[in-house]
Design a protein around this ligand. Structure first.
Ligand code: DX5
Ligand code: ZN
Length: 219
């Protein structure tokens, strides 16, 4: 079994001490930086944009995992590549020509991910899973950090894992939203590879220790 990955979501960081928080994650057992980009249209919230990402990348020493919660993501693929994104995830619900979008992300030199809202069936990926480096299962409705985990996610993970095994692809399963020590183990047991955690890590008293505890739980 491959190693499980932990991706702190910078959305929950202290933006007035962003360099400090980025360096804290650099020096932790975490694997990736998860970056939430929200446009106020696809989701009812606006997070931050290019200048902030540029400054995060300037200090970050780990993989940059960008989650686009925006309409018409095709317009910004090259921009996010130029900013230093390693993985670019777009929403299934925001892409009319998903196949073309995935190919464009790869052509720009990034790994390609697709995120599914809680109501979107994993079966809709039957014909694209072989092209995907990652599927991000939203375990909350996208738009805000600090929401509670939707329990139906476990069965989506199992179904998706079965599809990935059957199709013999190496697609990673990422879980995003409400991840804590209460659900992490059950998620990886069901087949999850990457756990995103925002509030659980950054709002804890000792984020570095919280990452370490999460890592012990899942590996
Ligand atoms: C939600 C974002 C998540 C969020 C996770 O729209 O995509 O990445 O930051 O935050 P927590 O872990 O606090 O639910
Ligand atoms: Zn996210």
């Amino acid at each position: 079994m491959s190693e499980k990955l932990i991706a702190p979501s910078v959305l929950a960081a202290d933006f007035s001490n962003l360099q400090r928080d980025v360096e804290m994650i650099n020096n932790s057992d975490a694997d990736w930086f998860h970056i939430d980009i929200m446009d106020g249209v696809f989701v009812p919230n606006i997070s931050f944009g290019m200048p902030v990402l540029r400054d995060i990348v300037k200090h970050a020493t780990k993989t940059i995992d960008v989650h686009l919660m925006i309409v018409d993501p095709d317009r910004y693929i090259q921009t996010f590549a130029d900013l230093g994104s390693n993985i670019l995830t777009v929403h299934y619900e925001a892409c009319t020509h998903l196949h073309r979008t995935i190919q464009a992300i790869k052509a720009a030199g990034m790994k390609a991910g697709v995120a599914l809202n809680p109501h979107t069936s994993v079966h809709l990926l039957e014909d694209s899973i072989q092209d995907l480096d990652m599927v991000c299962l939203m375990s909350v409705n996208p738009g805000f950090g600090g929401q509670s985990f939707i329990e139906n996610t476990y069965s989506k993970v199992s179904t998706l894992k079965e599809m990935i095994t059957r199709k013999n692809t190496s697609t990673l399963i990422e879980i995003d939203g409400g991840v804590t020590n209460k659900n992490a183990k059950q998620l990886v047991d069901a087949g999850a590879d990457v756990l995103v955690a925002g509030s659980y890590i950054f709002k804890s008293n000792d984020p570095v220790a919280t990452v370490k505890d999460l890592r012990k739980l899942v590996n």
